[in-house]
Write a protein that binds this ligand. Structure first.
Ligand SMILES: Cc1cc2nc3c(=O)[nH]c(=O)nc-3n(C[C@H](O)[C@H](O)[C@H](O)COP(=O)(O)OP(=O)(O)OC[C@H]3O[C@@H](n4cnc5c(N)ncnc54)[C@H](O)[C@@H]3O)c2cc1C
Ligand SMILES: Cc1cc2nc3c(=O)[nH]c(=O)nc-3n(C[C@H](O)[C@H](O)[C@H](O)COP(=O)(O)O)c2cc1C
Length: 414
């Protein structure tokens, strides 16, 4: 909530916010306060409602835009590019774009880039060149603030205190260890589901509602930056489960892998609507390697009626075959129709994309029947899977990009 937001029609400065998780609104509030203190009349609004006619006094626009999966728009910016394209002409007041992203993703700040590029193509004057803030860095933000101050002829000091998400305490119920023998120590952690307060139940806040494929944010001790883990369970399962690979020297994964039953962590929910088991009865092709099996296992556990084919890549069957017993059990129960595995260690290394090629005829047939494809795991695996599916689908005139455009191809890559 922005305190003292100036009316849209009277503002000389308009801040447009593109956010999904909410943190960019916090940066906008800091910028709003600094510019207001410097004597400006500042209006803050979501990018999605952009209409320059509402701001006749505007002398400048500033867009603060986060990026989601593959350079997509965050929810509060949906439709902004269409609105810009539909304007008769670009606003007279110049625009600055500041991107918020994470260099860990290949499409770093790609949505902010798309906004800056579309503005340039429309002939919208630039107030400042595109700049970016990596992982909510207060330093990146302060540096950009100094450039903005110079452009406006004002000394601006942007001191941003990140607002930490409200966390809940999760207590560990059990852990299952895998992968030590193949240098990939991985653990399935199951936490008790915290009992939602009546308010949370009513509003759906906190961990009142969650589904497999949503993200669990964990605040490790000694860091203000949360790490995200894909949920392997839904609220209906009655527990909160994640699969964590221990990274060498990693702070959060190290702490998680050291937990004993009864220990607790500070966690919050980050919904991930782009990676949820779709509704309906069409077949589902799930593809994952390593910890990527987490959300896929969650989908299978919750499956009642659709044919599911799982492709799972691991290093060595007798060490890191995550969910092995569960998968056998789910097959007996009819929740999983078919399991194809690949092992990368051994005389004949096989990756999950090789397993796909081995079953190419069946995969192509399932996709022709309307199957949906969901891929979870590391970036290299996801790229390999895309390439294998492109080959498999070519004879049918289909591509992964086409399936994606039809909402039939979803990736959760980290
Ligand atoms: C959408 C999403 C979903 C994810 N889902 C999962 C999941 O289901 N399971 C999972 O295990 N992970 C998942 N991750 C990754 C997870 O969020 C963390 O990034 C991961 O656990 C590493 O965090 P960490 O705190 O242990 O490592 P960090 O301390 O952040 O370090 C990261 C890497 O940098 C190296 N490093 C750290 N400090 C230094 C230094 N000073 N010098 C040089 N190198 C250094 C570490 O060795 C480590 O390899 C997901 C990430 C995203 C974005
Ligand atoms: C599921 C997910 C996908 C993301 N994808 C990207 C991406 O493709 N490129 C990028 O630069 N940042 C990406 N990010 C990082 C966010 O853009 C970054 O954390 C941003 O500061 C979030 O702002 P918000 O809290 O206002 O939404 C992603 C974050 C999440 C949780």
């Amino acid at each position: 909530r922005i305190r003292g937001n100036a009316p849209a029609a009277r503002a000389d400065t308009v801040l447009l916010v593109g956010s999904e998780g909410g943190t960019t609104w916090g940066f906008a509030a800091t910028l709003h306060a600094a510019l207001t203190a410097a004597g400006h009349s500042v209006h803050v609004a979501p990018m999605a409602g952009f209409d320059p006619a509402r701001h006749p006094q505007a002398a400048r626009f500033i867009a603060l835009a986060a990026t989601y999966g593959d350079g997509a728009a965050p929810s509060s910016a949906k439709g902004f590019l269409d609105r810009l394209a539909q304007l008769d002409r670009a606003p007279a007041a110049p625009l600055a774009v500041l991107g918020f992203g994470d260099r860990g993703f290949p499409a770093y700040c790609a949505y902010a880039e798309a906004v800056a590029e579309a503005a340039r193509a429309r002939g919208w004057t630039q107030l400042l060149p595109l700049a970016t803030v990596d992982r909510q860095s207060p330093q990146d933000f302060a540096r950009w603030g100094r450039d903005l101050g110079q452009a406006l002829g004002l000394p601006i000091e942007l001191v941003h205190q990140p607002v930490l998400p409200r966390t809940e305490t999760l207590r560990l119920l059990s852990r299952r260890d895998y992968g030590a023998e193949v240098q990939a120590p991985t653990v399935i952690l199951r936490f008790a589901r915290p009992r939602p307060t009546p308010w949370q139940r009513l509003t759906g806040q906190g961990l009142a509602r969650y589904r497999a494929g949503d993200l669990l944010g964990i605040l490790p001790k000694g860091s203000a930056v949360p790490r995200l883990y894909s949920l392997a369970s839904g609220a209906g399962d009655g527990f909160v489960e994640i699969v964590v690979r221990k990274q060498p020297g990693g702070l959060c994964s190290g702490q998680l892998c050291d937990l004993a039953p009864g220990d607790s962590v500070a966690a919050f929910l980050r919904p991930n609507p782009g990676f949820r088991a779709p509704r309906g009865r069409s077949p589902l092709i799930l593809i994952g390697a390593g910890t990527g099996i987490g959300p896929l296992a969650g989908f299978i556990r919750g499956n009642r009626r659709r044919p599911v084919h799982l492709f799972f890549g691991m290093r060595k069957e007798d060490s890191d075959f995550l969910y092995r017993e569960d998968l056998a059990h789910w097959q007996e129960q009819g929740r999983l129709a078919r399991l194809s595995t690949a092992q990368s260690r051994g005389p004949q290394p096989h990756y999950v994309q090789d397993a796909l090629r081995r079953d190419a005829v069946e995969v192509a047939a399932l996709i022709r029947q309307g199957a949906q494809v969901m891929v979870c795991g590391g970036r290299d695996m996801a790229a390999g899977v895309r390439a294998a599916l492109a080959e498999i689908l070519a004879p049918a005139g289909l591509t992964p990009a086409l399936l994606k455009a039809q909402g039939r191809y979803a990736e959760d890559v980290f």
